[in-house]
Design a protein around this ligand. Structure first.
Ligand code: HEC
Length: 158
């Protein structure tokens, strides 16, 4: 039997084919080296933005709009960080400062991530008060949460 599809049906089939290919690729695991590179870039950017908060808040009359942008970036990173450590992207996959303990002590690692994601919003809130002292003290609190994780889960720079 020869099946004939109408023009409408043909375009619907074309769309469905495209969608299922998109779904396939979206599910395809990213290569560990790419994950490591992306993670490195995320932290590099986080470091830059966090440093910007520190530098800007040294002024007694800081640029609050710029501060808000950087603080928002820090908050976003604290939300996104959960995506940065898929299994298989540790030291076994190449050069990284992410220690194996991240995957062998998941509860502790999640607690370290939570400390950061709990504190990051307080920095943004402080910026919105436009009180530079509040920004400075929230910066210290958030900074302690970065250090808390680095001390246990990041290898020293080589
Ligand atoms: C829950 C753990 C955790 C928290 C919280 C955390 N980090 Fe990190 N950070 C890491 C790990 C792990 C690495 C190493 C990543 C790698 O090499 O793949 C890293 C790497 C870095 C780097 C090095 C990037 C580079 O260019 O080499 C910087 C900078 C950095 N973090 C800054 C921060 C700042 C600033 C904060 C807080 C605002 C923070 N981190 C919070 C775990 C954390």
């Amino acid at each position: 039997m020869h099946v004939r599809f109408s023009r409408k049906a043909r375009s619907a089939i074309a769309i469905m084919t495209t969608l299922s290919f998109t779904a396939l690729y979206a599910d395809a695991p990213t290569a560990p080296a790419e994950v490591q590179k992306a993670r490195h870039d995320h932290y590099h950017e986080l470091g830059e933005q966090f440093k910007a908060v520190r530098d800007l808040s040294r002024s007694s009359n800081p640029d609050f709009a710029a501060l808000e942008k950087s603080a928002q970036h820090v908050v976003n990173a604290s939300i996104d960080q959960g995506q940065w450590f898929p299994k298989g992207s540790g030291p076994e996959a190449g050069k990284t400062r992410a220690l194996a303990e991240i995957w062998t002590k998941p509860a502790e690692f999640e607690a370290a991530q939570k400390m950061f994601s709990d504190r990051a919003p307080t920095l943004l809130t402080a910026v919105k008060t436009k009180e530079v002292n509040a920004v400075r003290s929230a910066f210290k609190e958030v900074g302690a949460s970065c250090k808390n994780c680095h001390d246990t889960f990041r290898s020293p720079e080589d």
